[in-house]
Design a protein around this ligand. Sequence first.
Ligand code: FES
Length: 108
Amino acid sequence: MTKSSYSAPVALRADQAVQRGPAVQFLVDGCTVRAFGGESVAAALFAAGRRELRCSPRDGAPRGLFCLMGSCQECLVWVGARKLLACQVPVAGGLEVETLPFREERHG
Ligand code: FES
């Protein structure tokens, strides 16, 4: 997983007839991600073009968002010192999120 995976164009959010929360920025694997209050970390990552959040422990296949309702556990990320489901965590300015591979690479 590279930092280049964060640079996909952001054109996935609907632009019309949507009232958004305030613009916020948070960090994912050390990269700034722009989002809006009221979005989940998962939604912000999807809008930013990020699809892979971890790898399958069985075969190393990339894993990412699937159910978006807290059931599948595929979106597990580190948020500060806790492992949480990205689809269940609301974005907040200054939030620090790390994907599992990034965290393992950083901490061994
Ligand atoms: S996407 Fe399934 S638990 Fe988050």
